[in-house]
Design a protein around this ligand. Sequence first.
Ligand code: PLP
Length: 372
Amino acid sequence: MRRNILLNPGPATTSDTVKFAQIVPDICPREKEFGSIMEFVSRELTELVGSNEKYTTILFGGSGTAAVEAILSSVVDNKIILIINNGAYGKRMCEIAEIYNLNYIEFKSSQIETINLKELEEVIKKNNEESKINNCGAISHLAVVHHETTTGILNDIELLGEICKKYSIEMIVDAMSSFAGIPIDMYKMNIKYLASSSNKCIQGMAGISFVVADKKALNNTQNIKPRNLYLNIYKQYSYFKDNYQMRFTPPVQILYALKQAIIEAKGETIEKRYKRYKECCEILWDGLDKLNLNRLIDKNISSMLLTSVIEPQIKNYKFDRLHDYLYSRGFTIYPGKISSENTFRIANIGDIYQDDMRRFVKILEEYFTGII
Ligand SMILES: *Cc1c(COP(=O)(O)O)cnc(C)c1O
């Protein structure tokens, strides 16, 4: 099969073994044989970030946003959720909160600098004092994106987890583009709910979104008046726990591919995968430096899984032309997403290796040498 290298921030490049794992005899997803596939997927996804004793993974058919929407619409009662917005995905969580009529506070933060934790803590303190005086809800949840794929900034969820501990707040993390790419320890980081999907750093096919939840926290959501049907995480969890089935039709073949992707991730280990991604990133950054192309995010706060490149002030430069040049040579890049600066994005997640990145950098050089 032709090998395309996807340098867009997901779906990511997959191995042939993951692609071919989808070719299986037809099977009804309510059969035990298929239940064991889903049980494996759920159990092993949990293992990547926590123990199955304390945590559980709830699967949904849908893209990643489904998992984020599932958490937000299922676990917040009538108290307040504080949402950190330092990119498009933080903003999306605010949109979800708005639609479900949640009691939320938006904490806007720079898209290119670290979150001001002092200021954040002030917001929590001030709100909790007011809630005592007015006898209304305190902040019960905090939601944050781990790796903001908008820019490539990596938010420090460990420090946020400590703040949450101090104020008895449950932390929700959108780890869509970091799960299985950057080591995460839900217990150590004090994460109660984590959202991710099958098509980013876990290197599977698009179609499954999942929530890893602290079982104790999840059990406490049983009596919240439901705002959702399909996306209710407690209902999905309790049905799965007893039957090893999803309540609604799962994307059958995507789950076979995900099983294979998990086997490959475990074989590689997340630590080594992170190292591989970072090595690809270094090659990219060296290439960008040579071409005098600047990066939007400082190295010390970058995920090194995605790079926002500031568009050069060259007369003949046009993103579409650059994209098409690279695309016809097997590489896909992605447009930028922030308003303050013109950028394009290059992700280095997926089944890609240093040689792929070296080839990419060479073609990028060729292109820019040609247009100057
Ligand atoms: C990819 C991504 C999502 C989900 O996007 P979908 O298009 O729904 O898969 C959510 N949050 C972050 C940080 C992401 O990178």
